[in-house]
Design a binder for this molecule. Structure first.
Ligand code: NDP
Length: 261
């Protein structure tokens, strides 16, 4: 029996155990996926080894720590600087970032995207900006502060003060604005101008109609929340745990049930 877990703090709210255990049950595997509320980031690999885990998912605030602790990294993780999936093989820890390809799979319902505005400059923005750009999409990144400008040297980076609205195929909110309040991620007038000339809006927040998505809908954009991104990063992570031996659609079919329970 192989054991897996998601590490984070807080972690009680995570639906990863439900997603992964539904796929484990559906595929008739004799394995189990749990959750670990890690208090001390320096203990990540100790706890992983103590629990004899075969693999893990890593969420806020440990993705950068996981990146530093892995022996080998995939291309996405290397470029983004964070790891959300760890697989142990022959005593080595392999680190992957499935948030980025999970996001690309989630926006595949939208039509052709040639340029995008990414709002926010945190870890999720880094993953999304990187994967958009590496798929040939022009990316502008806008953030409320200049704090993280250095980490976005490879992109057109603007603080709110510098930013002039443009038209985009895709506008993505990667900030937590609207998660537990009614805030928009940037000034309403600026967002209104952007939405007036854009096609698709994506919010990484899921399970909630955020003010960002509501405003986009009013402006007749096609909208999507972050549920599919969460689902697809889990589908990809699950298959990495099992050496890519399953069909992604089959895993997805089992995991999708987690959103209807
Ligand atoms: P970070 O803390 O790394 O970054 C947050 C960014 O948002 C920063 O640039 C920050 O600006 C900006 N920000 C924070 N609050 C506000 C606000 N009220 N208005 C405008 N800008 C704001 O967070 P993460 O990137 O790790 O996570 C962001 C969100 O993504 C979370 O809500 C998380 O739940 C969600 N998420 C969803 C996933 C999914 O699968 N759907 C996967 C991963 C994350 P500054 O630099 O000035 O501080």
């Amino acid at each position: 029996m192989n054991c897996y877990a998601v590490f984070g703090n807080p972690i009680a709210h995570s639906i990863s155990p439900r997603l992964h255990n539904l796929a484990i049950c559906g595929l008739g595997l004799d394995d189990f996926y749990g959750r670990v509320c890690l208090q001390d980031s320096s203990q990540l690999t100790n706890v992983f080894n103590k629990l004899s885990l075969k693999g893990a998912n890593i969420t806020i605030p440990f993705k950068e720590v996981a990146f530093a602790k892995c022996d080998e990294l995939d291309q996405n993780a290397k470029k983004i600087g964070s790891v959300n999936t760890i697989v142990k093989k022959e005593n080595k820890l392999y680190g992957f970032n499935t948030d980025a390809p999970g996001f690309m799979m989630a926006i595949s319902d939208f039509g052709k995207v040639q340029n995008a505005l990414v709002i926010g400059a945190g870890g999720t923005s880094k993953a999304i900006s990187y994967i958009l750009q590496s798929n040939g999409i022009d990316v502008d990144v806008v953030n409320r502060s200049q704090n993280r400008a250095d980490e976005f040297k490879d992109y057109n980076f603007f603080s709110f003060d510098e930013y002039e609205p443009k038209s985009y195929d895709l506008v993505v909110n990667t900030t937590p604005a609207g998660l537990v309040n009614n805030e928009l991620p940037m000034q309403e007038t600026t967002l209104n101008s952007v939405f007036s000339n854009s096609k698709f809006a994506f919010d990484v927040i899921y399970g909630r109609q955020t003010p960002f998505l509501n405003l986009a809908k009013q402006k007749n954009l096609q909208v999507k929340d972050g549920a599919d991104m969460l689902l697809f990063q889990a589908v990809l992570a699950f298959n990495l745990f099992y050496d890519n031996s399953f069909d992604l659609d089959v895993i997805k079919g089992y995991m999708k049930e987690a959103f209807t329970l």
